[in-house]
Design a protein around this ligand. Structure first.
Ligand SMILES: [Zn+2]
Length: 308
């Protein structure tokens, strides 16, 4: 298996986004699904996640059911690819009026820091949030550890890994040369609305109405030449994904992809929101590959000639 950052590995999985639902979508090459051994429910890795987050049932078979607490839904295959949906639920629940403000209190709702002016008490479903991000983490570890070359004509566009727990829910991974090639064609500063909208929809679904959100707080834009993509959503400050500067080689822009990391991702909810954005980006870029493949080949040939 060639490294998707440095070359053009063929597609073995992809992320996606379905705004109806809404849901993250995972697609897995059937050969990979066949070769992936089911993760035993009593493996060290799964027991560790279960104990850390108080999770219960786990299924670890990519050919059957996958995930903690049944949070992945197996769907019909698509173009032969095994497909799972990960519905994004409402995680912030209204459980009644706020007892610190409003009627019988000196504090009006507008000044209340407990309910943020909503007059309602909100409880975040930590258990379900962790069941989802732990399932996603297990999936990415399994799929990222397999080595097999497929003959699929499309390239792998990105590879993603997640961290879990202790106030740190970071994402890291690689954007492939082809994805970078696509990003390079976008005008500098142009907002990628598909990615921003996916994050906004995921965020709105997760948090419900209590937090004031402004669509403009969700940003995805190529801010520097040669495909430098920044993605952010509202977090403690802002949760964001940025390129790793050292991996962003300008002289080999069309041959090298680059690595990305996140910062400010302090809750499972924010990790899910950023994943929604990455899913939308994978969906958006993939069809373009068919049209710019020839142009990219020419660009690679030119870059190699100039570099030599
Ligand atoms: Zn209140």
């Amino acid at each position: 298996m060639s490294h998707p950052n440095g070359s053009n590995a063929s597609r073995w999985y992809s992320l996606g986004w379905d705004p109806r639902g809404p849901a993250l979508v995972l697609r897995i090459h059937p050969e990979f699904a066949r070769q992936a051994k089911a993760i035993p429910d009593d493996s060290h890795f799964i027991v560790g996640l279960r104990e850390k987050f108080g999770l219960r049932g786990f299924s670890g078979d990519l050919n059957g059911q996958f995930g903690f607490e049944g949070v992945f839904t197996r769907e019909d295959p698509e173009d032969g690819f095994v497909r799972f949906k990960v519905p994004i639920p409402v995680l912030n629940n209204d459980v009644g009026p706020c007892k610190y403000s409003g009627d019988g209190s000196d504090t009006p709702h507008e000044e209340c820091t407990d309910c943020m002016g909503t007059g309602r008490k909100w409880v975040f479903n930590d258990h379900l949030a962790h069941a989802i991000v732990a399932s996603f983490h297990a999936f990415l570890e399994v799929i990222g550890s397999l080595t097999l070359d497929t003959d699929h004509p499309e390239p792998q566009l990105m590879q993603v890994f997640t961290s879990l727990g202790d106030g740190c829910y970071d994402l890291r991974g690689m954007f492939s040369p082809f994805l970078r090639g696509y990003l390079s064609t976008l005008p500098i500063g142009m907002r990628i609305q598909e990615v921003e909208r996916a994050m906004y929809v995921a965020y709105s679904q997760i948090f419900g109405s209590p937090k004031p959100y402004v669509p403009d707080h969700f940003r995805a834009s190529v801010d520097h030449a040669e495909g430098w993509l920044n993605i952010s959503c509202p977090g403690l400050d802002f949760s964001r994904i940025t390129p790793v500067r050292d991996s962003f080689s300008r002289s080999l822009a069309f041959i090298r992809g680059y690595d990305f990391v996140s910062d400010g991702v302090t809750t499972p909810a924010h990790q899910l929101v950023l994943c929604a954005g990455l899913g939308a980006l994978d969906d958006l870029a993939r069809p373009f590959w068919h049209t710019w493949r020839a142009a990219t080949r020419d660009a690679i040939a030119k870059a190699v000639t100039e570099f030599a």
